[in-house]
Design a protein around this ligand. Structure first.
Ligand code: V47
Ligand code: SF4
Length: 380
């Protein structure tokens, strides 16, 4: 049984924090200064209890997951983000992989007859994989399996594709949408503040470009997610600034489904000297983002990055979604040092993981329509 909001407020000895808790109780938005205060002095028990209160007000015990798999068309990339353990520069492309359209289609066909609802397609930015290439891919996937939701391409990949094709963002997005692109994943956002972006990913699309691409998708009626890469050289000001920009765009379009904090993993990349965040910092970050991003319906813990036990724990700190089955189809996090070296969970594993912490497992599709409520299903 979670703590009542009045108990949380009365147990808090700090007046400034009490004011924030009262705002949460009254369903009022917190300010940037409040967000900073939470990072400065909100202890885990306090921010966690507030985040859990919000999570239960929005979703009760419901915890979503989906049946999905990833396609990573290539890890060859024209960019050189310092935190990336996955990419290989074009000059060393023989060290990476490049999938043909037919190979990617074969990956889709491998799920024929299986109750998968989403394919997530994200990879490096390959100079030869252009608009025409991906339009053909979208069309062929949709022709083969029209009901499969295609969530594909970070704003970084899209920015490069559109610029290369000399298309406006609006036109480029329209063409991909018409070819079968249903929604956008949240990657590439990293940290928006230019003073950090310059140090960790100087050469790729900036904050305004990232936001403009998501806005264009929302204007076409598409939904998208948003990420934030945390736990490296950023300061709390940069985290609040990042979330403020997302909250503002969400006020304007309402097109974001889910916020996904991504924990920086430091294996085998140019930022390996930066220590990883602690589990306490991870849970505080999830909690504060749940409190700050009042207009985001969902908060996701991406288990291949966080590990399944931390993802399970996060369900008490504001999180109401743990992504999907994945089926060992992504390498981004295993190459960056995640303990999940072959990320795959069966539906039974996911249901079990959620039930173990007394939450209600619900399979969703990408747009959060309920596919199946597992709360009353006994698994053998
Ligand atoms: O943008 C790369 C991150 C992202 C590292 O929308 C790293 O449902 C931590 O966007 N440590 C791509 N993170 C993945 C992504 C995503 C993942 C899951 C679900 C969704 C969704 C989107 O991976 C990149 C970058 O922020 N990343 N390297 C690293 N060493
Ligand atoms: Fe390329 Fe993405 Fe890695 Fe950056 S994070 S180097 S854009 S694959």
């Amino acid at each position: 049984m979670s703590e009542s909001i009045d108990t949380i407020i009365s147990n808090c000895n700090d007046q400034e924090l009490q004011v924030i808790a009262q705002k949460v109780k009254d369903n009022q938005r917190i300010t940037d200064a409040d967000g900073l205060l939470l990072f400065e002095k909100g202890e885990l028990a306090f921010v966690g209890a507030l985040a859990n209160f919000i999570r239960e007000r929005k979703h009760g015990d419901t915890t979503y997951f989906n049946r999905n798999f990833h396609i990573e068309p290539t890890n060859v990339c024209v960019f050189s983000c310092k935190f990336c353990s996955y990419s290989r520069l074009y000059a060393h492309k023989e060290e990476g992989w490049e999938l043909s359209i037919e190979q990617m289609l074969d990956l889709v066909k491998a799920y024929d007859g299986k109750p998968i609802t989403e394919v997530h397609i994200v990879g490096g930015v390959h100079p030869k994989m252009d608009m025409a290439y991906f339009i053909e891919l979208m069309q062929k996937i949709k022709k083969h399996r029209p009901d499969l939701h295609v969530k594909a391409f970070t704003a970084v990949e899209l920015d490069y594709m559109f610029r290369k094709a000399k298309l406006s963002i609006e036109e480029g997005m329209k063409q991909l949408h018409a070819a079968g692109l249903d929604s956008l994943p949240g990657g590439g956002a990293e940290i928006f503040a230019p003073e950090i972006r310059e140090q960790i990913c100087a050469d790729k699309v900036d904050a305004n470009g990232w936001l403009a691409i998501h806005e264009a998708a929302h204007n076409l009626g598409m939904h998208s997610n948003a990420t934030m890469l945390y736990g490296h050289i950023e300061k709390k000001e940069h985290l609040v600034d990042h979330m403020r920009r997302l909250r503002e765009l969400q006020d304007k379009t309402g097109g974001f489904n889910t916020f996904i904090p991504l924990k920086f993993r430091n294996f085998d990349n140019d930022m390996s000297y930066v220590p990883e965040s602690s589990i306490i910092e991870d849970m505080r970050l999830f909690s504060i983002s749940r409190i700050y991003l009042d207009n985001f319906p969902h908060l996701k813990a991406y288990w291949p990055m966080l590990g399944r036990q931390q993802a399970q724990l996060s369900l008490a700190f504001g999180v109401n979604d743990i992504d999907g089955t994945i089926d060992d189809s992504t390498k981004i996090y295993s190459m960056a040092g995640s303990e999940e070296q072959t990320p795959t969970m069966s539906t039974e594993d996911l249901v079990q993981l959620i039930k173990q912490v007394n939450r209600r497992p619900v399979e969703r599709d990408t747009l959060y329509n309920v596919v199946k409520d597992y709360s009353l299903v006994e698994l053998v």
